[in-house]
Write a protein that binds this ligand. Structure first.
Ligand SMILES: *[C@@H]1O[C@H](CO)[C@@H](O)[C@H](O)[C@H]1NC(C)=O
Ligand SMILES: *[C@@H]1O[C@H](CO)[C@@H](O)[C@H](O)[C@H]1NC(C)=O
Ligand SMILES: *[C@@H]1O[C@H](CO)[C@@H](O)[C@H](O)[C@H]1NC(C)=O
Ligand SMILES: *[C@@H]1O[C@H](CO)[C@@H](O)[C@H](O)[C@H]1NC(C)=O
Ligand SMILES: *[C@@H]1O[C@H](CO)[C@@H](O)[C@H](O)[C@H]1NC(C)=O
Ligand SMILES: *[C@@H]1O[C@H](CO)[C@@H](O)[C@H](O)[C@H]1NC(C)=O
Ligand SMILES: *[C@@H]1O[C@H](CO)[C@@H](O)[C@H](O)[C@H]1NC(C)=O
Ligand SMILES: *[C@@H]1O[C@H](CO)[C@@H](O)[C@H](O)[C@H]1NC(C)=O
Ligand SMILES: *[C@@H]1O[C@H](CO)[C@@H](O)[C@H](O)[C@H]1NC(C)=O
Length: 395
């Protein structure tokens, strides 16, 4: 039996506070204050806005500049939108802009020179596209580029692989490439960009096994240093076949792209038997660089008794321990605190995991033991006004 740690790294005696931003399909972006006093936590909403309505799906925070970008997936409208906010000292948000986009934006990443011209790349699920918006300071932005993809014939899972479905945009550890898992096309698309215009150019993609359904991914440098010659691994979550696949990454000469060699694969349940229908979603490397956490959805693995006697159905988070050769050792399966953990964010201390449980319409803050890497009991949980899509720490 795994024991949940009772002592937390923060907030043991003095009051402390952290802010979080949460998006939900009810149309809201909400700010929450997590306060800890004498070992007891409270999670209170402090601000809410509908200026990313109707279908907020993803939040990209630019903490250094005090900006929050929110994507509206536009589930019941022909188009999506991109909204920007400035983050105020009290955790409230001031709206800057809202622009109509190609339909279905679900993830975004900032790229470009840290102190120079930067842009935001968006992955569009229903719109089969990658788009780029130039960031012009203070939350202002302007359309830079739209790249839309098609599929010649449906993939191995016709209802989800009817068309390309760009599901996430991340940068590689050197900040030279953008990587976009495409769930519909069984590809991981790789892009470089022009330093002046920040226009993207597609390079040779990583082709996955048919029916994988690439959704989200992370890079990992085992020794914590990022460079083209450094040891680099890439971990890809296949939503449709419920797999985690590890690749070693070779940087091709002269900015020519990335070459991937598979080094390990497993179901996202690791050593445990995979339940039917499981659909993993999010993946993160823990801040200590020692573990990978993946969320599992769509086949409740835990029934959690509640104080009022009711039962809360919960999906799960899997933790794997990272090995120097890129392989993974299964470490833990633990309740996510609700149904359909679409996304989660680990705080920078590694001691708290905030989970967006989409179908339970909640956010659960789980404690995590940074010494053992084991996730533990929730310290706080709140219900939001719609299906939860994303939660980010303001830090
Ligand atoms: C702090 O928590 C301990 C243990 O739960 C309790 O005994 C003590 O009374 C609390 N102190 C305050 C000031 O609430
Ligand atoms: C925060 O929420 C808790 C319940 O979770 C409540 O007891 C407390 O009064 C709230 N605090 C504030 C400042 O609203
Ligand atoms: C933002 O743009 C979208 C797409 O055009 C639109 O549906 C939505 O109403 C707009 N939201 C606001 C707050 O203006
Ligand atoms: C609205 O969505 C359609 C289909 O994705 C796209 O062709 C069109 O350019 C979008 N409009 C804007 C303003 O982005
Ligand atoms: C990519 O790596 C494989 C070995 O895994 C090698 O055979 C292939 O030539 C490499 N491709 C390029 C473009 O370097
Ligand atoms: C791992 O990959 C191999 C092919 O490289 C495949 O045959 C096998 O089924 C995969 N295992 C899992 C658990 O996905
Ligand atoms: C969940 O997984 C179990 C074990 O694979 C299976 O028996 C059950 O039918 C699945 N339930 C659903 C709703 O998919
Ligand atoms: C959930 O699982 C069921 C079968 O158990 C499947 O029909 C359905 O497509 C799955 N949903 C998702 C989102 O993967
Ligand atoms: C919202 O959650 C409910 C369960 O609470 C689920 O049936 C529904 O499919 C979800 N819809 C979306 C768009 O997330």
């Amino acid at each position: 039996m795994m024991l949940a740690p009772k002592i937390l790294a923060i907030g043991a005696t003095a009051a402390s506070a952290a802010n979080l931003f949460v998006s939900d399909y009810g149309g809201a972006v909400t700010s929450f204050a997590l306060t800890a006093s004498n070992g007891t936590y409270a999670l209170n909403d402090t601000f809410s806005t509908d200026e990313c309505a109707p279908s907020p799906s993803w939040l990209t925070i630019d903490a250094n500049r005090g900006l929050l970008f929110c994507l509206n997936e536009g589930l019941s409208t022909p188009n999506g939108s991109l909204s920007s906010f400035t983050i105020n000292g009290d955790g409230s948000l001031t709206h800057v802009m809202n622009e109509t986009t190609i339909s279905g934006p679900v993830s975004g990443v900032i790229y470009g020179a840290a102190a120079g011209q930067r842009a935001l790349a968006l992955a569009h699920y229903s719109g089969s596209s990658v788009t780029s918006y130039l960031l012009n300071g203070g939350g202002k932005f302007a359309l830079n580029q739209e790249l839309t993809y098609t599929l010649d014939e449906p993939g191995a899972v016709p209802d989800r692989q009817d068309a390309p479905h760009e599901h996430e945009a991340i940068t590689d550890p050197t900040g030279k490439y953008i990587v976009v898992p495409d769930l519909g096309a069984d590809l991981v698309r790789i892009f470089c960009w022009d330093d002046e215009t920040l226009k993207l150019r597609e390079l040779d993609p990583l082709e996955t096994a048919p029916g994988t359904g690439p959704r989200h991914a992370v890079f990992w440098n085992p020794y914590g240093v990022a460079c083209e010659e450094c040891t680099t691994y890439f971990y890809l979550v296949g939503e449709l076949d419920s797999t985690i696949t590890a690749f070693s990454v070779e940087y091709l000469p002269n900015g020519g792209g990335l070459n991937f060699t598979q080094v390990f694969n497993s179901t996202t349940y690791g050593l445990l038997s995979l339940p039917e229908g499981n659909a993993p979603a999010e993946i993160q490397v823990t801040p200590d660089n020692r573990f990978i956490v993946i969320s599992n959805r769509n086949n409740t693995s835990f029934d959690l008794p509640q104080p009022d006697g009711s039962i809360l159905e919960s999906d799960s988070l899997t933790t794997f321990k990272l090995q120097d050769d890129g392989s993974l050792v299964w470490h833990q399966l633990w309740p996510s605190g609700g149904s359909f953990p679409r996304q989660f964010s680990i705080d920078k201390t590694g001691s708290l995991v905030a989970v967006a449980n989409q179908n339970s319409q909640n956010v659960a803050i789980l404690q995590r033991d940074t010494a053992t890497g084991l996730i533990g009991e929730p310290v706080a949980r709140v219900t939001v006004g719609g299906n939860t899509t994303c939660v980010v720490w303001d830090e």
